[in-house]
Ligand binder design. Structure first.
Ligand code: ATR
Length: 283
């Protein structure tokens, strides 16, 4: 039987998710249909889309820009949220909460939200053989992208975490909020600073800002160095990666993270693990 999936976004025509999931299905021998779903940017439309999809027998949906926070609110009021979605404040993966369905909860009330973005990053970094255990890590950025990777990085066993951002108050507010919400995060004792004040030697520096889209460059301190530099953006030459590559660091853009988060969604929906490296190669 064909299992149905969608990715909901606005815009959505550029999404690579259907190609990626079609490769996962070929690898695992499952019959799936995975479609791009455009949705107007308002709660009523988003709710109508997800309810119609799950009422129609859909198995799982990915959620992308600008709906990740809206999906979080919807699931918080319905079928619940995973720990990672709660901390991220955002949902990228929707499915039905089977325990609720068994109790007779209506389908629309059983829509559940997970977030696989951060674990997708961790899995990609691990597959690159970059050292995460006991690593000194810095993240630049304090928006949704940064927020989603903090807990998975701490769970991966890093030793130190510093968060830097253009607007210092945003990053201190974020750390205070997440430390209050999660004991694991509170125990990490995350340091904060402004982007230009970030200095010293790190094992891994991650760019979680949206600057890669703008063509601007980050004001990086001359005394900042790393062995490995990761930019969560992909699809164009990224000045952040060029900066550290020139200084001898290994670098990666976020394309593998995209495949990694998709693989975790697929696994969550179907119970089948996929070989991410093989899919990255064939794309
Ligand atoms: P996302 O959900 O992709 O993380 P966001 O919530 O809008 O997007 O956050 C964007 C992040 O990129 C923020 O950390 C932002 O810094 P500020 O908090 O100071 O706004 C950062 N960012 C965006 N453009 C930037 C720029 N030109 N220079 C430095 N940081 C930038």
């Amino acid at each position: 039987m064909t299992q149905h999936f969608i990715v909901i976004g606005n815009p959505i025509a550029h999404s690579k998710s259907p190609e990626i999931h079609t490769l996962f299905a070929a690898q695992t021998g499952l019959k799936i249909s995975y479609q791009r779903q455009y949705c107007p940017d308002d709660v009523a439309s988003f709710t109508a889309v997800i309810e119609a999809f799950f009422h129609g027998g859909g198995v799982g949906a990915n959620v992308t820009v600008p709906f990740k926070q809206m999906a979080y609110e919807c699931c918080a009021a319905r079928g619940g949220l995973s720990e990672h979605a709660k901390i991220a404040g955002a949902v990228n993966t929707l499915l039905l909460n089977n325990a609720l369905l068994k109790n007779g909860t209506p389908i629309a009330e059983a829509i559940y939200g997970d977030n696989t973005d951060g674990q997708g990053l961790v899995n990609h970094i691990t597959s690159l053989n970059w050292p995460l255990k006991d690593a000194r890590v810095a993240i630049i950025g304090a928006g949704g992208a940064a927020r989603g990777v903090i807990l998975p990085l701490i769970e991966a066993g890093i030793s130190e975490l510093t968060l830097a951002n253009r607007t210092l108050s945003k990053v201190t507010d974020l750390v205070n909020e997440l430390s209050a919400a999660s004991e694991t995060i509170a125990n990490q004792q995350i340091k904060t600073c402004s982007t230009e004040a970030l200095s010293g030697a790190f094992d891994i520096i991650i760019n979680a800002t949206s600057i890669g889209l703008s063509g601007d460059t980050l004001p990086l301190n001359d005394a900042l160095s790393c062995g490995y530099a990761y930019d969560m953006m992909y699809g164009r030459a990224l000045p952040f990666l060029q900066h550290f590559a020139k200084r001898g660091a290994q670098t990666s853009d976020g394309y593998g993270m995209l495949i990694g988060q998709a693989a975790l969604s697929f696994e969550r929906w179907t119970g089948h693990k996929v070989d991410v490296a093989q899919v990255i190669d064939s794309l």
